[in-house]
Design a protein around this ligand. Sequence first.
Ligand code: SF4
Length: 242
Amino acid sequence: MGKKRKVEQLFFLKEIGVNFLSPEEAEKIRRELLIKPANREKGEETQKRDKISPSKEKFLKEIEEEVASCKRCELYKNRKNYVFGEGNINADIMFVGEAPGEEEDNQGRPFVGKAGKKLTEMIEAMGYKREDVFIGNIVKCRPPGNATPTPAIRRTCFPYLQKQIAIIRPKVLIALGNVAAQTLLDTKETITRLRGKFGEYQGIPVMPTFHPSYVIRNYTIPVRKAVWEDLKKVLNLLNENS
Ligand code: SF4
């Protein structure tokens, strides 16, 4: 491929928000992404119709107050901030991660570090903006040293997310990585086996895919392709049900 063509493709990928994919895939996915504007308009109409319910806001606020004063596990001792989650409370899509990292702990917001940038790329590649979706974690406080939260901590904190899901009622959940997928699907299977196949949590379809941090660490075409395939399945599901 000529240098000029390659540069054009990279610009094109950047423009459509899928620069986490390989340039070689641009043409292949372009046609699929062209469907996107129509879907997005539909999404925006739905959001306008679906005015923010005061009771949803109120219930979420109540849960957030509980989290803010929570001492149910040891993680409260070292947290700078709890990370409740953020986004559109009428979202069709809810992304679920593992636990806050250092940057998230500093800011009290989910996915704001490098992994957050990658997640934003994934969301934009789907034709959405970050504020269109809801983003939360299984565990609300940072485990020291970014350790994987123990099963006991996950069990203790998960009820907060369960309540958030019950209130927001997304059409689909995207589980990012092992901890989110295993907790939502109540399984010990690893993400490598779970990804790409819809599971179910309380009647809501769950698509497990790789965590954005994993994508950053393993920035290979097969990994990026796998994530994109998973996200496309979610878009197809939403299209079918719209
Ligand atoms: S991680 Fe969850 S259960 Fe533990 S203190 Fe924080 S909010 Fe409470």
